[in-house]
Design a protein around this ligand. Structure first.
Ligand code: TYC
Length: 102
């Protein structure tokens, strides 16, 4: 009613906190049996790399043992890992793929 200490308030508005999702690296592991061409094909098919990038990533994994093929939110990273494992299994390659929080 407008009396002292009555009826009138101050409207405060808190900005909603936007939380950025955690990101996950999808890692490819080297092995002695998976053909280089299969890895290059996979990097293009699953990770949408161009031919040049795909060869570069494959060679890095081949020479160093492990490498990052991309960084994604949890569900997307999980899906990529599953796709790599399924394609490798279907083609009878021992290729391993995993994910790790950045
Ligand atoms: N080392 C494999 C070969 O010489 C090629 C390869 C590269 C395999 C990358 C796996 O993640 C990998 N045929």
């Amino acid at each position: 009613n407008g009396g002292p200490g009555q009826g009138i308030g101050v409207v405060t508005k808190t900005a909603p906190k936007t939380k950025r999702p955690s990101l996950y690296k999808v890692l490819l592991l080297n092995d002695d049996y998976t053909p280089q061409e299969f890895v290059v094909w996979l990097l293009q098919a699953v990770f949408k790399k161009d031919a040049e990038d795909a060869v570069r990533i494959m060679m890095h994994v081949h020479q160093s043992g492990i490498g990052v093929c991309g960084v994604y939110t949890y569900e997307i990273a999980e899906t990529k890992v599953a796709q790599v494992m399924e394609l490798s299994r279907r083609n009878q390659h021992p290729l391993q793929c995993t994910m790790e929080r950045e």
